[in-house]
Design a binder for this molecule. Structure first.
Ligand SMILES: [Zn+2]
Length: 698
């Protein structure tokens, strides 16, 4: 086959035309649009206004199953084709969403058992969205049929450039399904994972409570059962549910690759919901697409009694972006839904402050995004999301953020694809391991100990060192990093332990904390003293592990980590050094004076064990100090509340400086820079306005 006869995907063809920027792809600065919810008389005006706005593309149709298949096997895409044609006429490209997140009433009436069963064993009811079982064959078959009909209809349609499969797999009101179909699917999955019942019984330790299985069909799902489930079974069930969603998606992906070889394919998610392993979900997709709602998330935190958790919210948002990029090994990602106004359903967040919508866009770009779609064009006047505000208000007047989003789109086009498709620079990595998250949720040890909370706290503390952070899985080679952080690494495989050992031996710094290496991959507790497989690397033995409730403890630091004493918030591991240097000691109770933080020299590197759960200020200071010891240097010294990241392509480098505060901040530049957004030449002390952004190039 000659090169000329290979049919490149449409979005890859742009690459060929971009001399000198071989890594660049399509420009995706668009908006989420609902022609299905908009009178057809307005479609032309919408498309013209979007084109005037500067948008390059829309995403449409992901909730329009009932219009596209009004009765089983009866399809109507004429309306959608008219919409696509109008958009194309105005040079707006189209990402089509397959509609499986919201099956229509005729479908659930005929196939009621596609509806998922929650963790209490109650079947949900149709009427909302994302109420479906990922295993159910009827749901899979019908989802694939509607997606296939769409794909066949639009594969040659001008203007269609890509696909979003389904919508937000991670966001059901019940996170996992526990129905009979899932039980059967789980049993099949277990058969292929363990091979034999003997192996499964041994791996889970089913002799406990007389749970020995003599046939795969006896294996239950973890529904209420008079006592807690076997931890091995529970962890495997979380893995199975993640797998079931990934394999559900794979059916549509295989079809789209075959039917629409010229189109890109992705899906959208809120990345920090940990029900599905994002690395598996995106592995075979073209790029990651996440949804980003900082204001809405802030409101959710307040609803959960975490008022004033703005540091937690801002760390979570930045972490979400770094995860999006890292999920596909650093490849530029897309924000498929970016908050543009008040956001929510029954209750909603306030309008973003003036400048924030543009700032949030730049924050995504600063962390490695190549495109942003805003949610949504107009604001619905009906339906569960009629308070989820878009770029046009209910009366189609301009929303408060209209002009600044338009400004941002114009600026990003001017920055161009070379910046949008450049690489992100990270000296540090944070391990985010789904197995640890799931296993710790099954047995947290302390009712307030949650893996995601620890990850977010650590991320916030590490980001104070401005190092650039990749959020990596346990299977990643670590040699590219100066320092690797792995909080609550509760489940540790032999392969992961070997990678950590060789990283430290080679000169890296590995920083971890309590609950390290407690469990094997099958969720059994290791039979060696803790921290299990990494005891030699860490140079300590955990003498005891203690959740903190009413009996308080604190920590006093050595000069190397100098600072005020910390309280121990949730946990203390009591450490017995075996060669490691002591960097902090406990201050109270029976263990006062005993080591609380240790640092071990191993090979050419260092391994640090933080035995207690530090308060926020101490954690930030300790992790920043360790980053400095590992040789991490910030690209710029900036005050708190100002974020700085670096992207680069070849020998070109762009420094993003983002002020998340409501008042102006100043930064001292070590050299002369140009602000690419304003064209100003800058030296010395410069101001970053409230919610302001600068993109600096030397
Ligand atoms: Zn199910």
């Amino acid at each position: 086959m000659s090169a000329a006869s290979i049919r490149l995907p449409l979005w890859a063809q742009t690459v060929a035309s971009l001399a000198g920027a071989p890594a660049a792809g399509p420009l995706l600065l668009g908006v989420d649009y609902y022609p299905d919810q908009t009178p057809e008389a307005l479609w032309e005006e919408d498309a013209r206004m979007m084109a005037d706005f500067g948008f390059t593309n829309v995403r449409i149709a992901e909730f329009a199953w009932a219009l596209m298949e009004p009765a089983e096997g009866k399809f109507d895409f004429a309306w959608l084709r008219r919409s696509v044609d109008i958009l194309h006429k105005h040079n707006i490209a189209v990402i089509l969403g397959t509609p499986s997140a919201a099956p229509p009433p005729w479908l659930t009436a005929k196939y009621p058992d596609i509806v998922e069963v929650n963790e209490k064993g109650e079947r949900l009811h149709p009427g909302g969205r994302r109420f479906t079982c990922p295993t159910n064959q009827a749901y899979r078959r019908l989802s694939l049929i509607i997606a296939s009909e769409m794909a066949r209809t639009f594969t040659e349609t001008q203007g269609v450039i890509g696909w979003q499969i389904d919508n937000e797999f991670t966001l059901g009101s019940s996170q996992r399904c526990y129905c009979n179909y899932c039980q059967a699917g789980f049993q099949t999955w277990l058969r292929s994972r363990y091979g034999t019942l003997d192996n499964l019984n041994q791996s889970w330790g089913t002799v406990f409570w007389s749970q020995t299985y003599t046939d795969f069909s006896q294996i239950p799902v973890p529904l209420p059962s008079g006592g807690d489930p076997n931890p091995g079974l529970a962890l495997d069930y979380d893995r199975y549910q993640s797998y079931a969603n990934v394999s559900f998606q794979q059916e549509q992906l295989d079809m789209l690759r075959k039917t629409c070889p010229r189109h890109f394919v992705t899906t959208n998610n809120v990345g920090l919901v940990d029900t599905i392993n994002m690395r598996d979900l995106y592995e075979k997709l073209d790029f990651t697409a996440f949804d980003n709602y900082p204001g809405f998330f802030d409101m959710l935190m307040a609803q959960q009694g975490r008022m004033g958790s703005s540091a937690f919210v801002s760390s979570s948002i930045a972490l979400g972006h770094d995860l999006a990029r890292s999920v596909k090994g650093g490849k530029p990602f897309m924000i498929m839904e970016e908050q543009s106004g008040k956001a929510g359903q029954k209750t909603f967040s306030p309008q973003p402050e003036k400048g924030q919508a543009r700032l949030w866009t730049y924050q995504a770009i600063a962390h490695g995004a190549m495109g942003v779609n805003y949610f949504r064009w107009d604001t619905a006047t009906f339906g569960a999301e009629e308070y989820w505000h878009g770029i046009l208000n209910h009366d189609r007047s301009k929303s408060p953020a209209f002009d600044e989003i338009k400004q941002g789109v114009r600026e990003l086009k001017a920055l161009g694809r070379e910046v949008l498709y450049s690489n992100y620079v990270a000296d540090a990595a944070l391990v985010f391991d789904y197995d640890c998250s799931w296993a710790l949720a099954i047995q947290p040890g302390h009712f307030r100990l949650a893996y995601l909370d620890q990850i977010v706290s650590w991320y916030g503390a590490i980001s104070a060192s401005r190092s650039g952070i990749d959020v990596i899985g346990p299977e990643i080679d670590l040699s590219a990093y100066k320092i690797v952080f792995a909080p609550v690494a509760y489940v540790m495989s032999e392969k992961q332990a070997a990678r950590i050992r060789s990283f430290v031996q080679g000169g890296g710094m590995f920083v971890t904390n309590f609950r390290l290496g407690v469990k094997t991959e099958t969720s059994q507790i290791v039979r060696t003293p803790l921290p299990g497989l990494l005891r030699d690397v860490m140079g300590v033995t955990v003498e005891d592990y203690i959740p903190v409730y009413s009996a308080k403890n604190g920590m006093k630091f050595s000069p190397a980590l100098a600072g005020p004493d910390s309280e121990c918030v949730l946990w203390t591991d009591i450490l017995q050094p075996a060669g490691a240097e002591v960097l902090a000691s406990y201050t109270m109770g029976a263990h006062a004076g005993q080591p609380a933080i240790t640092m071990n020299s191993f090979g050419k590197g260092k391994a640090v064990y933080i035995g207690g759960d530090l308060n926020e200020a101490s954690l930030a200071r300790v992790l920043r100090t360790l980053s400095g010891m590992a040789g991490v240097k910030p690209p710029l010294e900036v005050p708190a509340g100002v974020e700085v990241t670096v992207r680069k392509a070849g020998n070109k480098q762009w420094i993003f400086v983002l002020n998340h505060g409501a008042s102006s901040q100043s930064v001292n530049l070590p050299a002369a820079f140009v602000d690419l957004l304003t064209g100003e030449k800058l030296t010395g002390k410069i101001d970053i306005g409230a919610y302001g952004v600068r993109v600096l190039q030397a």
